[in-house]
Design a binder for this molecule. Sequence first.
Ligand code: ZN
Length: 661
Amino acid sequence: MRPIIGVLALTAASMSGPRQSTQDSVTLAITDVAVVDVVRGGTLSNQTVLISGNRIVAIGAASNTRAPRGAQSLNATGKFLIPGLWDMHSHAVMFGRTSLALYLTQGVTGIRDMGAERFAAAKAWRDSVAAGQLLGPRMRIASPIVENQRWLAAVKRMGEAAGTPWRMYERYGPTSADEAVRWVDSVVALGADHIKVRNWPSPDISRAIVERARERGLQVVGHGNEPFPRTGVATLEHGIWPPLQGSDAARDSLWRQLAANGVAMVPTLVTWPIRLDPPDTLIAKLNAGRIPGLQYVPRQAREQWRDQLLELKQEDPTDWPTIYRGEMRNAAEMHRAGMTLLAGTDIGAPLLVPGFSLHDELGLLVSQAGMTPLQALQAATILPARVMGLADSLSSVTVGKLADLVVLDADPLAVIGNARRIHAVIANGRLLTRGALDRMLATAEAEASAQATHYPLESPVGLRLYNVVAEPATLHGKRGLQLTLAPGVRTGPVFARIEGLDFSNGVIEVEVAGAPAPGAPEGARGFVGIAFRLLEDDRTYDAFYLRPTNGRAEDQERRNHATQYISQPDWTWSRLRQETPGKYEAYVDLLPDEWTKIRIEVRGDRARLYVQDNAQPTLVVNDVKSGGHAKGAVALWLDSGTIAHFRNLVVTPEDDTTRPK
Ligand SMILES: [Zn+2]
């Protein structure tokens, strides 16, 4: 059988006609697809594209180009094929490894890293992806970032003053032209693909870097921060800073000068809209999960965003709406003046989700910079390849090129948003079907939420018990744990500490039920709740708890005592009620011995108790007695005279948003 299959493969390949470039065995066929020509525009319908390994080896009419038997085949009738997209400004290493999968799921098969703080990590990613050991987009990586001495000194001063010295791992601040030349040589030896400058040194040092890099065959790319060189750099990033003050004519002449000198711009338009909201609004959005794609963002990246947003608050007041309008106008002007604009996002900056934000950027290039959908597509495909000198092997659907491709459900030349409608991605020849992409997203989502620890509470394992008996029990058909006072106990703490959980800020969710135990004293109410920030002394903690039998009492005062906040040992319920009546107690509808969902949010010295799925908190505490920075365990809490049930505890710690920056 073997020889026959071989012959069939050859026959099918030769049927594809004169554009056949090799007779390598075909590994993947994309059949009956409309091929989008990003170089000239337009589409060629009903094509079949044959791929061998990681190269496109043939493209021909579907009617006479057959997928050889044995090759993987993707029927793409009614679909559109484009080259994989590039994100030309990424700090993916800062975001974390999930970025690689997220990029691919959004059709981004190439990223230009713009500085990682950890060069070795970026290099390891790039090389592992290239070797097929790591699934991710093709990477071009930046040198350690160049800054000027003035900026480095200012950051050092600010950090020391604030008590949060920033470790500028690998940033380089040249002190002389000679030294900069030697540094460029060292970067070549390191294996960087380009040199990234953030704050330009003096013109003579900058010139030395640019010239030495050219001699060594390395591109220089950098922020458009004054005094940036007008020539010799491949790309400028994020527009011009400080914002241009000059006349329309002065701007136009700068754009034309840059265009004539072959300097492209990566405007990262998507980074500007977040400047329109105050940092606190953005943090609130972040906390509420109101960012598209946020469910895929790892906790560590979300925390980094929150820190970055808090840092924005330290900035001097700036008229961002005016700057925003200026940046959008500039992008349109640059485009009209003939500058090459490239699609990039600045992944690593707050609220930008890898891949998703590149599509946002393409939308902005159309709506703000005045591009056609074709031009926006070019800004993420053939133009990046040309600017980086890779166009011979990448970024158009052409025989002989590397197979970085995206199959779309709808025509991106009609509406650029159709580039989001991804049916399949081919990354370096490897097919990722819609099913595979969905599994990658599901994995990212599971990892992102894995930080929430779930305790089903179906056995006492993992609990340290203090004067309580804990046993598995079913209440109203739901399994959980029953906690009661241990026999003979008169004094001391009554709770079950969750072992191995250190909690300061975050969200605690649990279902509880409480009822007075048989023979309990007259005042028993079925006290049940959650203690948090419990110290090792076993007596210092904060707690919210319920008094279920008060929920539907006929006495309004008792109803008002349905929920309670306390902080042991100093702030008992009786002291709080005496000194600040009504402040730490509140009414909510409750029934004894019924499962009741509670959710406790703790952030610094603010805590909120939510009961059932009420949108508004039942009890608001703005002066948590343990203070803004306390840390400790979480415990299942009850009082003597109670039969308590607990199930489904979920603890989601957050970073300490109140620590001084
Ligand atoms: Zn950047």
